[in-house]
Design a protein around this ligand. Structure first.
Ligand SMILES: [Zn+2]
Length: 269
C-alpha cells in the first residue's frame, strides 16, 4: 500500500488496549480466521478473536508496524492445535490512515486491529463481522459476502493472504453505494457522509478512472472500490491501496482545484 498524501495529526490519540484470553483446542481447520465484533460502538472498542489452526507447539503473533505505530509488538504463545486469541483494541480516529468505531460506522484499516503470524502471512485468511447493527452494511475491496441465518447476520470477507486483507480498508455502516457505469473492470463507489451530490462524485470519479485506464492501457485489478467519507467528522486525506482508495474530506466534495486529485495525476479540465 502506498501513501498518497501526508497525514496530519494522527495516531497519537489511538491506543491499543489488549486484553488477551487464550483458548486451546485439538481440532484442526486450515485457515487463520478473525472475528471482529462491533457490539458497543460507543465504546470505540473493536473486539477481535483470532483463530490460528495447526499450531505445532508454539506460534508467534505480531501487530504490524503500521506507520511505526506499533514497534516489535510480538507475542510468543505456546500451544498445539487451534489457538484462539481474544483482545480488544480502541480506535476512534477519523481519516484514511486510521480506524474508527462509533455510532456512525466502523472504518477499519485491518493492519491496525489484526495480529498476524509472521511465518504464515502468505496463507489465505477469513474475516467475519458477526451481528452488526441492523441497518449497517459492509464493503471492502476484499471479496465479501453477507449471510443471514435465523435472524443472525454476519459479514464475511476473504483474502488470499494477510497482506492482501490488510491492504483493503473495510467500511461498515449506513452508506450509499453505486457502480460507475461504462467502466471495465467494475468500479464501485461507497459514500458515507453528507455534503455531496451523486452526479458530481460520479462524474469526477468516472473521468479520473477513464483517464487512468487509458493511460495504463488497462487495469491490474478485477474490481476497484472507492470508499469516500465526506462532510462533518470525516477527517481528511487519501490513501491508495491495491484494489481500492479511501478518501476523506471534511469539507463539501469538490475535486477541481483540490489536492484530492493529486494521487491520480488528473489533468485540469
Ligand atoms: Zn463510514
Amino acid at each position: 500500500m502506498t501513501f498518497t498524501s501526508a497525514r496530519s495529526r494522527l495516531l497519537s490519540a489511538a491506543c491499543l488496549c489488549l486484553f488477551f484470553s487464550l483458548t486451546f483446542s485439538a481440532t484442526t481447520r486450515a485457515t487463520i480466521q478473525y472475528e471482529v465484533h462491533l457490539d458497543h460502538p460507543e465504546k470505540h472498542l473493536f473486539q477481535v478473536t483470532m483463530t490460528i489452526p495447526d499450531v505445532p507447539g508454539e506460534v508467534l503473533v505480531r501487530m504490524p508496524a503500521w506507520n511505526a505505530l506499533y514497534q516489535k509488538e510480538t507475542w510468543r504463545i505456546k500451544g498445539t492445535g487451534i489457538i484462539k486469541i481474544s483482545y480488544s483494541t480502541y480506535w476512534d480516529e477519523a481519516g484514511p490512515f486510521a480506524s474508527q468505531l462509533n455510532a456512525e460506522h466502523a472504518f477499519i484499516n485491518p493492519a491496525m486491529i489484526l495480529f498476524y503470524v509472521p511465518e504464515r502471512r502468505s496463507e489465505n485468511v477469513k474475516l467475519s463481522i458477526p451481528n452488526p447493527p441492523d441497518d449497517w452494511r459492509a464493503e471492502s475491496s476484499s471479496s465479501g459476502a453477507f449471510e443471514s441465518m435465523g435472524g443472525a447476520r454476519s459479514f464475511f470477507f476473504e483474502a488470499p493472504s494477510y497482506d492482501a486483507l490488510a491492504d483493503g480498508p473495510i467500511e461498515v455502516g449506513k452508506f450509499e453505494e453505486f457502480q460507475l457505469t461504462g467502466l471495465r473492470p467494475a468500479v464501485w463507489v461507497v459514500v458515507h457522509g453528507d455534503n455531496w451530490k451523486k452526479k458530481q462524485v460520479e462524474g469526477d470519479l468516472k473521468r479520473i478512472c477513464q483517464y487512468e485506464l487509458k493511460l495504463m492501457e488497462g487495469a491490474p485489478f478485477e474490481r476497484y472500490t472507492f470508499i469516500l467519507h465526506v462532510g462533518k467528522g470525516a477527517g481528511g486525506g487519501g490513501m491508495e491501496h491495491a484494489n481500492s482508495t479511501a478518501m476523506h474530506r471534511w469539507i463539501p466534495w469538490t475535486i477541481r482545484g483540490s489536492n484530492t486529485v493529486a494521487p491520480f495525476g488528473l489533468p485540469k479540465a
